[in-house]
Every structure is written in structure tokens, then in C-alpha cells.
Ligand binder design. Structure first.
Ligand code: NAD
Ligand code: 89V
Length: 342
């Protein structure tokens, strides 16, 4: 079995999850690390015992023999790093949000296609096991043909202490978190024709919007509501659970807090606990996200081995990014917006 050689770029907060997951994935090694911050590079290199370290990604790409890079930097660096890897013929995983604009996203997809290298966006929320189970229930027809859905993420968790950049951007919840929830809506109900959105900023200490409500018209005929908030204080803090409701022609499903699933159809109501496993390196409340990191990285390796395009490829992600753009446009214009990604 071929052993894939990867390198990770960006040794910040979230990269620790990537590196733990890579350690447990067979047939892959992270052979080098890159960060322009020397302290982070040293700390993470020591923690994971990775000796080959670079401050500059171009230098690393020139000196290392790699099958792929795993880019875990924030969005401003994504395009130059993806294009640098493509120029060297190296496959790319890039964290979300893939790009700030459709223009940059398309340029990265084209660069990788032209170079003939695979490109996956680390859009991991749909890879949570509970969400995959919902996809399978819908696909198996247990509730018939879906006609309505709600995908919801409401919380008052302090995300700013670990990710301070989230408080300073002009855009916040749709670009950072809503992007995952919109991707789940696409995963469950298919691509979207038009979107109508309303946003608000409730927390005066941040710059962007922290509440968004988005109505989606899916090409399948499903109407869905995607709603996100970081301004919602609840009796039991649900972070980072995504709650889902789906009504179908033959039944319904509800995924409620604490991963409780109820599927109802002509046979009655079936209840299931969809709590994710807590991986040996994981910690609450992040364990469902950590599990999805492991799942998406395993998917990347499976696709590399089989020569298949990942489900969350760069090309696929254009459709999720187009939803983000449409939501911001709609909120600004206060009208419904056609969703275009071609
Ligand atoms: P961070 O700021 O903690 O870490 C980013 C690191 O990248 C920093 O150490 C920085 O020095 C380094 N860096 C930036 N540009 C670089 C370059 N050109 N070359 C080398 N190093 C460079 O950020 P974070 O919180 O770890 O987030 C990273 C990305 O992960 C963001 O895009 C964020 O949206 C995403 N994220 C995803 C999830 C998820 O569930 N998918 C969760 C958290 C964060
Ligand atoms: O996905 C993200 O980048 C994170 C979190 C999961 C907390 O929303 O901001």
C-alpha cells in the first residue's frame, strides 16, 4: 500500500485537530510543517514530533517530496498557497472558508484542474456522523420525498477567545459558521436556486453579523430554513451541535439537542441516540467536530487511493460559497437572490 506524504501549512488553533487525526489515519504521514510564526511552528512541531519545519511554504514545496499539502491557515492566504501547491503538482486540502470571493475560488479550482491535482475543501460539518446518518435516512426513503427542512445552529458559546479574528471581520456568522450549515442543507436537500436572508449584529463587541436567517429554494423543490446565531443563550448550551428538522411525504425526522433523533412514519416513531464517539484525543464539546475532521481526512485518503473526486471537492464547494455570497447579497438588498456558481 502506497504511503502518502503530506505537509501541513498553518500551525494554529484548529491545526491540532488535523494533526491528531492524521496520526490515526493509516497509509499517510505528515512529514513537514510550515508556519510563518516561529513559536507556533516550534510548539506544534515538538508536540507531534515533526522535525522538518519551514517558515515559507514555497521553500517547503521546493525541498520536500509531497503527495499533498493540508492548508489550515485563515482565508487571506488560501489562494497563493493553493496556487503554489498546484504549480508544484501537489494535491491540496484547503480549510474553509475556501475564498473571500467566487473569483478567487474559481481561480483555485482552475489552477488545480489545469495542474491535474486533486483539491478538497475541509468542509467537515457534513462529515459529522449524525449528519451522515440523516443523509442515509433521507436517501433510503424512510420519510418519503422531503418537502421542507430546517438546519439550525444557535448558541452563545464564546468562539472569540480561541478564534479572535472572528470578532474583527466585516463578515462573521454566515462566512464562518453559516457556510457549514448551508453546506449541510445542500448535502440533505440538493443544490439551491435562490436565497432570501436577514442578518443582525446583537453583540456590540464584534464587527460582523452574529445572527442570520436564510430561506432556501432548492432545485429539488424543497424549501429549507438555515438559521444561525451566536447571540442565543439557552438553558443547556448546545455548541457545536447542528439541529435538523425534515418533513417528507411519508414521515418526518427531528435531530434535537444532545443528538436525539426521532424518525416518524407510518410504522410509528423510532428513536435513536446519534451521539458521536469521543476519539482518544478529543474533548467535549468539540468532539463532534473533531470526529468529522478524522472522517473528512480519511475520505481524502480514500479518494486519493481510488483516484476519485472528494464529495467536498473544490468544485463542489463553489456551490456552497455561492450560497454564502447570495445570502450576504440578499441581506443587503432585502430581496431574494438567484444563486449562481458557473
Ligand atoms: P489561526 O490564526 O489560529 O492559525 C492560522 C495559522 O496559519 C497561524 O499560525 C499563522 O501564522 C499561519 N499562517 C497564515 N498564513 C500563512 C502562510 N502564508 N504561510 C504559513 N503560515 C501561515 O487560525 P485557526 O483558528 O486555526 O483557523 C484556521 C482556518 O481553519 C480558518 O480558515 C478557519 O476558518 C478554519 N477553521 C475551521 C474549523 C472547522 O470546523 N472546519 C474550525 C476552526 C477553524
Ligand atoms: O468552523 C469554524 O471555523 C469555527 C467553529 C466550528 C467554531 O464555528 O469557527
Amino acid at each position: 500500500m502506497k504511503e502518502f506524504r503530506g505537509a501541513l501549512i498553518g500551525c494554529g488553533f484548529f491545526s491540532i485537530n488535523h494533526l491528531h487525526a492524521w496520526r490515526d489515519i493509516e497509509g499517510t504521514s505528515i512529514v513537514a510543517l510550515c508556519d510563518r510564526d516561529a513559536t507556533r511552528l516550534a510548539t506544534v512541531g515538538d508536540q507531534f514530533g515533526i522535525a522538518r519545519r519551514y517558515a515559507d511554504a514555497e521553500e517547503m514545496l521546493a525541498k520536500e517530496k509531497l503527495d499533498f499539502v493540508d492548508i489550515a491557515t485563515t482565508v487571506p492566504s488560501h489562494r497563493p498557497l493553493v496556487e503554489a501547491a498546484a504549480r508544484r503538482g501537489v494535491g491540496v486540502i484547503c480549510q474553509k472558508p475556501f475564498a473571500r470571493s467566487m473569483h478567487d475560488a474559481k481561480a483555485m479550482v482552475t489552477a488545480c484542474e489545469t495542474a491535474g491535482v486533486p483539491l478538497m475543501v475541509h468542509e467537515n460539518f457534513r462529515w459529522q456522523s449524525a449528519i451522515q446518518t440523516l443523509g442515509a435516512i433521507v436517501g433510503d426513503g424512510e420519510i418519503g420525498e422531503p418537502f421542507w427542512g430546517r438546519v439550525s445552529f444557535r448558541s452563545a458559546f464564546d468562539v472569540f477567545s480561541r478564534q479572535p479574528y472572528l470578532a474583527t471581520g466585516e463578515r462573521f456568522i454566515i462566512e464562518d459558521l453559516g457556510i457549514h450549515i448551508l453546506d449541510i442543507a445542500r448535502f440533505l436537500f440538493g443544490d439551491v436556486a435562490s436565497a432570501t436572508a436577514r442578518t443582525r449584529r446583537v453583540n456590540p463587541a464584534i464587527r460582523g453579523e452574529d445572527v442570520a436567517t436564510i430561506l432556501l429554494d432548492h432545485q429539488s423543490g424543497v424549501t429549507s430554513v438555515v438559521d444561525c446565531s451566536y447571540a442565543t443563550r439557552l438553558a443547556v448550551e448546545p455548541f457545536p451541535e447542528t439541529l435538523v428538522e425534515i418533513d417528507g411525504s411519508a414521515g418526518s425526522l427531528r435531530l434535537s439537542q444532545n443528538y436525539r433523533l426521532v424518525v416518524t412514519n407510518v410504522n410509528g416513531a423510532r428513536r435513536e441516540d446519534l451521539s458521536p464517539p469521543i476519539l482518544p484525543w478529543a474533548s467535549r464539546p468539540w468532539h463532534n467536530i473533531q470526529e468529522s475532521v478524522q472522517a473528512i481526512q480519511q475520505h481524502w485518503v480514500d479518494c486519493l487511493r481510488a483516484g476519485r473526486e472528494p464529495a467536498t471537492s473544490g468544485r463542489d464547494n463553489l456551490k456552497t460559497l455561492a450560497l454564502v455570497e447570495a445570502a450576504y447579497q440578499s441581506a443587503m438588498a432585502r430581496e431574494s437572490v438567484e444563486v449562481g456558481w458557473q
